[in-house]
Design a protein around this ligand. Structure first.
Ligand SMILES: [Cu+2]
Length: 654
């Protein structure tokens, strides 16, 4: 069973168990002993089921169960046991008409409620707090459960007295009528929760984590503003100057619908920026009328930090009427894209993105037809649909697939075998031919496919819809490709695709190792409490910076505790995939800048810190990033003079 399914079952057992325990308590108060006995049995079974699911989940990793093992299960276990040994005999005696043992009844009923509160508390701590469990959280939880138990005990009628009405009225209105809070309840509730709350304030606010490496040195600071690209091309390269204007424009989608888009140069996608390896790219961005601001971030391209286009971190946002010039050498060959990084959950979705393709200086095997497919979804439909190309039979075709959305996309190429020659811009080693396999591409990710054009039509399906057609001659029929049911095709697993070749980084000991546990929970985001997308229980900008030293070999363990997919994206560095859920990468070395961590998955990745700066490290589901799921990787000795959107302690403009 998948870890995600186990998590769902664990939630279910906790909620159903809580309901059964509370129902048993209410039934016992009402004097319906037989029903109470049945509910007690059901509650015990559900508690047992929860214990089993927690035990299995523990085998998947401590991150998935820490709060359950340390807090939820002990609370539930103690109270369930107490309920079984006190309420069990009492209900059995009552339902069989045996003489009542005076005094024990109330204890049994209170124990049933206590188990119910514990089960609910177990669910709430998992759902709202998660990993890591902190002492303040544990104190607050225990304090609230004990207080609820004491309140219940005080509100219950004396043994033999009647009945539900009184209990209910005590619970509901007794507060003002009788001073219903007991001294003990007050002390426990206020004491534990107050201490917990106080501790949580005192212990919050770590500025950075060091991942087992040394802390910050007192070395002289370099500003990211000075980490700019060269202003000359590499020998043999040329200077390629582009001007790109961000502006609002009406755009007609292939569906025929007109939308009010935010564009680069009035089109979506924006202009394709092309270069040959070694060229100098010089891109002058002008913001005509995009409120708030705009920047250009070179997704997956390892530019110097000052060119990275993160507002408030590597530059100020480019305000309406202002401009910014980006300069960097096109050293990396491959398929990339650029997009605004200012309130990007809004800006990219509305159209502020474009394509960047860098080709090798000498290509021994150039494609006859080279097609870029930047998939983007607007509320009025897709930006890629109904596209047609012609390539003569036998011609080499290269498709550059780019997912510019915030959700994963499923691509399927029907009508021909193909090879996946590059992932996230980086060439694969020994990619074999495959056919009738689908490609899942993370938000922000890219795949380059190459195939020889057959004598019949080829269709590229995106999420089950034929979006791009390639025909051997104009008007050639759809043929067999049209009828392919690509939904049933298996997904190509890149961890086993291609052939292995040694990469020293794979086995080198890590200088620093950071664990990122992704989840949802209550956390502060930009100074406000929210049901946030969290990293290690915290939301941006409260998540500590990850500190690295230039040259460090840095390992990430990325754990997804949540029930949503998180496409993880580190700026400025590709990461080498080591394993997913313990399965080692055994195919081609797999370098990615955006990897999809699905619910319940654990990824191990490694990279070398060779690009000085302060870099965003975030979920590329852009609404998730906005809801807290982003942090910074900071090189020792680097500072930023900018502040705002992505600097710590400032409100994210949106
Ligand atoms: Cu996410």
């Amino acid at each position: 069973m998948t870890t995600a399914a186990l998590t769902v079952f664990d939630h279910a057992w906790a909620l159903l168990g809580g309901a059964a325990w509370l129902a048993a308590g209410v039934t016992a108060v009402r004097g319906r002993a037989r029903a109470g006995l049945v509910l007690l049995g059901v509650a015990l079974l559900l508690t047992l089921a929860k214990a089993v699911s927690v035990a299995v989940l523990a085998g998947r990793g401590w991150w998935f169960v820490q709060e359950k093992v340390l807090l939820g299960m002990p609370l539930l276990g103690v109270t369930a046991l107490a309920a079984a040994v006190t309420a069990g005999p009492m209900l059995l005696a009552r339902s069989t008409g045996m003489p009542r043992r005076s005094g024990g009844e109330k204890v049994g009923v209170v124990a049933l409620f206590a188990a119910g509160y514990a089960a609910v508390a177990s669910f709430v701590t998992t759902y709202l707090v998660g990993y890591p469990l902190t002492l303040p959280t544990a104190l607050i939880t225990v304090g609230l459960v004990v207080a609820a138990v004491l309140l219940t005990a005080r509100s219950l009628p004396a043994p033999g007295a009647d009945v539900v009405g009184e209990a209910v009225s005590n619970a509901g209105m007794g507060l003002s009528r009788r001073g219903f809070l007991g001294v003990a309840g007050g002390v426990v509730a206020v004491g534990a929760t107050g201490t917990g709350a106080g501790l949580s304030v005192l212990t919050s606010g770590a500025a950075h984590t060091v991942g087992g490496g040394p802390g910050p040195s007192r070395g002289s600071l370099v500003s990211v503003a000075d980490l700019r690209g060269p202003d000359t091309p590499a020998p043999g390269g040329v200077r390629r100057a582009y001007g790109v204007t961000a502006r609002k424009a009406a755009v007609r989608l292939p569906s025929g619908k007109d939308i009010d888009a935010w564009t680069f140069d009035g089109a979506v996608p924006g202009p394709q920026l092309s270069a040959t390896q070694g060229d100098l790219l010089e891109v002058r961005l002008v913001n005509q009328d995009i409120d708030g601001g705009v920047t250009l971030h070179w997704h997956g391209y390892d530019v110097p930090c000052g060119e990275d286009g993160v507002p408030g971190l590597s530059q100020p946002a480019v305000a309406p009427g202002a401009a910014f010039v980006y300069r960097f050498r096109a050293e990396q060959v491959g398929t990339y894209w650029y997009h605004t990084h200012y309130a990007s959950h809004v800006g990219v979705r509305r159209g502020l993105y474009g394509v960047l393709v860098v080709t090798p200086r000498t290509d021994p095997d150039p494609a006859d037809l080279d097609v870029v497919v930047p998939v983007h979804t607007f509320s009025g439909g897709a930006a890629v649909a109904g596209v047609e190309h012609v390539a003569a039979a036998g011609a080499t075709v290269r498709l550059r697939l780019i997912n510019t959305d915030s959700d994963p996309r499923r691509f399927a190429l029907a009508g021909t075998p193909f090879r996946v020659v590059a992932v996230d811009g980086r060439d694969l080693h020994g990619p074999g031919e495959t056919s009738r396999t689908a490609l899942r591409v993370a938000a922000g990710g890219r795949r380059d496919l190459v195939f020889a054009m057959p004598e019949s039509a080829v269709a590229l399906f995106v999420d089950g819809v034929a979006a791009v057609w390639l025909r051997p001659q104009p008007g050639a029929p759809d043929g067999a490709a049209a009828g392919e049911d690509t939904a049933g095709w298996p997904e190509l697993d890149l961890l086993t695709y291609g052939t292995s070749t040694p990469v020293p980084l794979r086995t080198a000991p890590a200088d620093r190792h950071f664990t990122l546990v992704l989840d949802r929970g209550l956390a502060m985001v930009d100074g406000r409490p929210a049901f946030a997308q969290t990293v290690n229980g915290l939301g941006h900008p409260s998540i500590p910076d990850q500190l690295v030293t230039e040259g460090d070999i840095v390992r990430f363990t990325v754990v997804n505790r949540s029930l949503e997919t998180h496409p993880w994206h580190l700026h400025g560095h590709p990461v080498l995939i080591l394993s997913r859920d313990g399965q080692q990468s055994s195919g081609s070395p797999l370098w990615m800048d955006t990897f999809d961590v699905r619910p319940g998955e654990v990824w191990e990745v490694v990279f070398q810190a060779t690009n000085r700066g302060i870099w965003m490290n975030h979920c590329h589901n852009l609404p998730h990033a906005d809801q807290g799921m982003m942090l910074r990787l900071r090189y020792d000795g680097v500072s930023t003079p900018f502040h705002g959107a992505h600097a710590a302690g400032h409100r994210h403009p949106s």
